[in-house]
Design a protein around this ligand. Structure first.
Ligand code: XMP
Length: 327
């Protein structure tokens, strides 16, 4: 059976050898728990759910069904990477749900940040539940719960974000093969399982995705501007060795326009804010120092390559007083 609690004596998994020992042990435990039954997994493409998927594919192969919901708020290239890695390379049983219109239609005109978050979370459960009901004979639900989730929910710091949420007719037994691991250990195990480095070491990304980086009512064009500017920022940070040094970095495009000039004509367009922070625990954060020349280059690319953006700003505010995200 899957271990419920992290043994006090457990060594930190920080080498490929320790990762392999963990993987071998978990494969045995997963097979013992699941037998010949079927398992369902919501696969976002984040580190935790990706490692759980890779473990389960190794342990039970086609008995696992992964559901990837594209809610339209993912970063550029993410849904494609999930399909490439899990369906094409690992031969997983993957259901890809294009729910982009559904989410964006529900979010149209909604400006309140908390309401936006609730709509995204609620709709996600609904889409996932619909897919689950289409499948026969599922008895288990796999989740990427990790040890800090358990500790934080026990300490009353936050509700365990993975705990349930599914309607009553969909009560499955849980399979949580990384629940005794810390985040850094999940990454070491993920690399040993052969997941791409970029997937395993990707920066944190909030559940509501780009939705919280598009302050105000989300529109398709502004959302596209967030996605494209974020992709440029990531590309430049990767190229210039900042991806390892800066803890989290992204762009925000608020619902605000200012006057500019493009090709000799007045351009009344959005502005793009670049946020780059350094932190250890995200409770507080300082602002990353980006070389001036690189910022000038990034600004040039974003204003020339992303439709609708005529201005780029850098956010110099630490946490506190700001939070990391804008909503
Ligand atoms: P804040 O904005 O609260 O962000 O300073 C702290 C860290 O948490 C991430 N974040 C989220 N992660 N679901 C998540 O899984 C969320 O709703 C969410 N909101 C913020 C944020 O990206 C940062 O790393």
């Amino acid at each position: 059976m899957i271990l419920e609690r992290r043994p006090d004596s457990m060594a930190r998994i920080n080498t490929p050898e320790l990762a392999q020992a963990f993987i071998d042990d978990q494969l045995r435990r997963i097979r013992e728990q699941v037998g010949d039954k079927k398992v369902l997994l919501a696969l976002s493409g984040g580190v935790d759910s990706s490692v759980v998927a890779a473990l389960l594919i190794k342990a039970i192969g086609q008995q696992l069904t992964c559901v990837h919901v594209n809610h339209g708020l993912l970063r550029k290239g993410e849904p494609e990477q999930v399909i490439e890695v899990f369906r094409n390379q690992m031969n997983a049983n993957l259901i890809y749900v294009d729910a982009v219109d559904r989410f964006l239609d529900k979010l149209a005109g909604v400006t309140d940040p908390e309401t936006k978050r609730k709509i995204i979370g609620g709709e996600f459960i609904e889409v996932f539940a619909e897919e689950a009901r289409k499948l026969d004979g599922i008895e288990f639900l796999a989740q990427g719960t990790i040890w800090p989730d358990i500790l934080e929910s026990e300490a009353g710091i936050k509700a365990h974000h993975n705990a349930g949420g599914l309607p009553d007719d969909l009560k499955f037994e849980l399979v949580e093969p990384v629940r005794i691991l810390f985040k850094d250990e999940v990454r070491v195990v993920g690399e040993k399982l052969g997941l791409p480095h970029g997937m395993v070491y990707r920066q944190p990304f909030p559940g509501p995705g780009l939705g919280v980086r598009c302050p105000g009512a989300i529109t398709r064009d502004r959302l596209e501007a967030v996605r494209e500017s974020d992709a440029i920022l990531r590309e430049e940070f990767d190229k210039n060795g900042l991806a390892e040094k800066v803890w989290q970095y992204f762009t925000v495009v608020p619902d605000f326009r200012s006057t500019g000039v493009k090709d000799g004509k007045r351009a009344f367009e959005w502005l793009c804010i670049v946020r780059a922070i350094i932190t250890t625990d995200v409770m507080t954060a300082t602002v990353a120092e980006i070389p001036h020349e690189l910022m000038v280059h990034i600004t040039d690319r974003i204003t020339h390559e992303v439709p609708g953006i005529n201005r780029v700003l850098y956010d110099f505010t630490p946490k506190p007083t700001a939070t990391v995200e804008y909503e």
